[in-house]
Write a protein that binds this ligand. Structure first.
Ligand SMILES: [Fe+2]
Ligand SMILES: [Fe+2]
Length: 273
């Protein structure tokens, strides 16, 4: 299967990049499944139902979240009816929505997507490793699903690598989000799981991780907040990772970074052209 995972959409610039490039790429590469992190899609903070609908219309099969999941309070309500939106699986029991879901890809195969949040330098949630273990035990790769994706939304590279190795051979892709800067470590782990520490954000990189530069720089230098964080509105780079999975095993057989448009050096998979 041909799968894209796109990193955190930040604000209007990020949404524009997603909605401009994804329909074309979906056709050009005959993509089977597209997942995208949307925790910063609404003005940098959370997701609204109208924006979620636009992102689905552009081609997203599944949207994941993170620590900004509930910044727009309406998400607590519409996540209950929008099955293409999932939130971190290790929130407390009783939290709205679901942390994993099974989807039908365009080729008719089943894709399990999970969203988990790290705990180092982040909110003290339930154990993300135990939560993921429960999910993949219930729906094993190659039995309950034909491909699987884990979005590990975490601050530290170590926690993301630990998740990659923890499920190596039992998931198609472990992809890091949250830090908003793409890493150059995309690889297929020893037992066949595709991995990248951070997919990067889909936002304007003339910024401080997606936000207009002035206020973050002021806060770092003066230690006083003097305004709101606003998303930077220059042309965004669509950032993410492309994987091809093996139809028999569900494991990754090819992986490449994706960076299209905006300021970053461009990167596309060469194996689908
Ligand atoms: Fe983010
Ligand atoms: Fe985040």
């Amino acid at each position: 299967m041909r799968i894209l995972f796109i990193g955190d959409i930040v604000g209007r610039a990020g949404r524009d990049a997603f909605c401009t490039h994804i329909p074309r790429l979906r056709d050009k590469w005959a993509l089977d499944f597209i997942a995208v992190n949307v925790e910063n899609a609404a003005g940098g903070f959370g997701i609204t139902e109208a924006i979620a609908d636009d992102i689905i219309a552009a081609g997203a099969d599944c949207m994941t979240l993170g620590n900004h999941a509930w910044d727009q309070r309406e998400a607590l309500v519409f996540i209950e009816r929008q099955t293409r939106l999932i939130r971190p699986i290790n929130y407390p029991t009783g939290t709205a929505g679901r942390g994993a879901n099974l989807y039908e890809a365009r080729n008719g195969r089943r894709v399990l997507v999970m969203n988990a949040m790290g705990r180092i330098f982040m909110d003290p949630l339930d154990d993300p490793f135990a939560a993921v273990e429960r999910e993949i035990t219930q729906c094993p790769l190659g039995v309950g699903c034909d491909a699987s994706i884990i979005d590990i939304h975490a601050e530290t590279t170590s926690e993301k690598y630990a998740m990659g190795h923890f499920v190596d051979g039992r998931a198609s892709l472990v992809v890091g989000t949250h830090t908003h800067i793409p890493t150059a470590d995309h690889q297929i782990l020893a037992h066949g799981t595709g991995f990248i520490c951070d997919a990067g954000m889909t936002g304007d990189y003339d910024s401080v991780i997606g936000m207009d530069k002035e206020e973050p720089v002021r806060r770092f230098t003066r230690r006083i907040s003097s305004g709101r964080f606003e998303p930077a509105n220059g042309v965004a780079t669509l950032c993410g990772v492309a994987i091809e999975t093996n139809d028999a095993t569900g494991l990754a057989q090819k992986i490449a970074p994706l960076r299209i448009g905006g300021r970053l050096a461009q990167a596309e998979p060469d194996f689908w052209n």
